[in-house]
Design a protein around this ligand. Sequence first.
Ligand code: C5P
Ligand code: MG
Length: 237
Amino acid sequence: MLRRISSHLNQASYCLRALEGFSTDATTLSSFSKEVPQFIAFVLGGPGSGKGTQCSKIVETYGFTHLSAGDLLRNEISCSSKNGSMILELIKEGKIVPSEVTVKLIQKAIRSGENHKYLIDGFPRTEENRLAYERIIGAPPNLVLFFDCPEEEMVKRVLNRNEGRVDDNEEIVKKRLQVFRELSLPVVDYYLKKGILHKINAVGTEDDIFEQVRTIFSVYEFDRFRDQVESNELQVE
Ligand code: C5P
Ligand code: MG
């Protein structure tokens, strides 16, 4: 119940931020044109692998802003945007929304945010997603986390989580797992070969899993990015 309320609150806040984005386009664009460095972490893993739960812990501990691609898309449905009904049909089938739509939502959320470190959860789901991001945003992520979880465990978690999602049922979870195997695992492989992917064993308690995240995050200097942002701002003034 609490989770459902919190998910509705999240959706409402995304709606508000989207509206704010329209009214403050000039300021958000100018902060982008300063080319402020961002620290971007992609968070990958199948449905029910614990991405969202661990992202909340990362937000609390390291001050990242959490952008879930799935939440951004669901928000478009609840805001009745022009793509809302197309997105709903695809989500109901466990299919992937055209990359351009998802990347533009991510871009808008980063532009209207005030942070310099972002977790982008559930993205990229396909090679096409990855290429569209690189084309539109113009830079690869700084690091990629991959929550590795057996399929049986993922199915169990999704069917037990009760968040009121249209796609959390047995039939669609099977389809989502198939999409994950066929389209998302090649992306995981790509980042592994690039040397920026960190694999996490996603079975265990939330705290055990977060200890692995801590070990990975301890070697990154996020504040170097904040310092650059601040010195950029000083130069601009
Ligand atoms: O990540 P999450 O499980 O919330 O995603 C729910 C659905 O949103 C996916 O099954 C898919 O239909 C859609 N999605 C997408 N592209 C992404 C992320 C999510 O099409 N990058
Ligand atoms: Mg999620």
